[in-house]
Design a protein around this ligand. Structure first.
Ligand code: SF4
Length: 263
């Protein structure tokens, strides 16, 4: 005898268990519908993307959640400035411009660091994958360190870029501890030049182990085509000539910068 189970389409069971769930947007309080088989969703009103776990962990009321979210972002700004950043700002990931042409400049004319570390082209995913990756985030911490331009051409350059990577990694770590589990930091400059200048090879690339500096070394923004000059404009900061690793302004100040993607 044929049971009712035998008559059911085999594909219908999983589908029948997929239902929509409603969450409150942490940015604008609008209702967000996310299906049970999705990891997150975008607010229909403010277009901010949230992971479901982030919305589920939100405290009792939407206003409390909003306050808590804002407080965390403010804390990240304070952390950046307390660690040595001249300025830091929260920006929407929707304003991050990714240019294939900028990434191509790592290869032609060839950057002296091209291919030397796991964090630089051609060993990173590049602009196309980065653009897709960006879709998973809604906010970012953008920060800069201002220095006299001559520092970029002095023996202090390495220390400057070390500080830059350390601040970026520090913000990423703080963000993860706050619950932004997928926070991802990027910095200017090649980590080979900054951290592994005394070694003939990048250990991670040589296949002889993991990165020597996992706590600090972060991928270079250039290889992903991140348009740093546009980020300066968005943050309302003084812009100037965009060099490979820095922005130099007319008043003989140079800025190096980093970016940390958060939810
Ligand atoms: S081992 Fe050195 S060069 Fe390689 S990714 Fe780590 S810091 Fe960069």
């Amino acid at each position: 005898m044929t049971s009712t189970n035998d008559l059911r389409c085999p594909g219908s069971d999983p589908l029948s268990r997929v239902v929509p769930e409603l969450f409150q947007c942490l940015a604008c309080n609008e209702e967000i519908e996310i299906w049970t088989d999705e990891v997150g969703g975008r607010c229909p009103s403010c277009k901010t993307y949230f992971k479901k776990i982030q919305l589920s962990n939100a405290t009792t009321t939407p206003q409390n959640a909003l306050n808590s979210y804002d407080a965390k972002l403010k804390q990240l700004i304070q952390n950046a400035q307390g660690s040595g950043a001249t300025e830091a700002a929260i920006i929407s990931t929707r304003v991050i411009v990714v240019d294939d042409d900028l990434a191509d400049k790592c290869r032609e004319p060839r950057c002296e660091n091209y291919g030397l570390s796991r964090s630089c082209p051609p060993h990173i995913s590049g602009p196309t994958v980065f653009k897709e990756h960006l879709e998973e985030f809604s906010q970012a911490v953008f920060f800069k360190i201002d220095v006299p331009s001559e520092i970029l051409y002095s023996s202090e350059r390495r220390e400057l870029f070390q500080l830059l990577h350390e601040i970026a990694a520090g913000i990423e770590k703080s963000a993860i501890e706050m619950g932004f589990a997928h926070a991802q930091a990027y910095a200017g400059g090649s980590c080979k030049k900054v951290f592994c200048y005394d070694y003939p090879e990048c250990l991670a690339l040589a296949g002889e182990g993991e990165c020597r500096n996992p706590g600090y070394a972060r991928p270079s923004m250039s290889g992903f085509g991140i348009n740093v000059a546009k980020l300066f404009e968005t943050a309302g900061w003084n812009t100037g000539t965009n060099t490979h690793d820095a922005v130099s302004t007319a008043n003989k100040t140079a800025s190096v910068c980093g970016l940390v993607l958060i939810y």
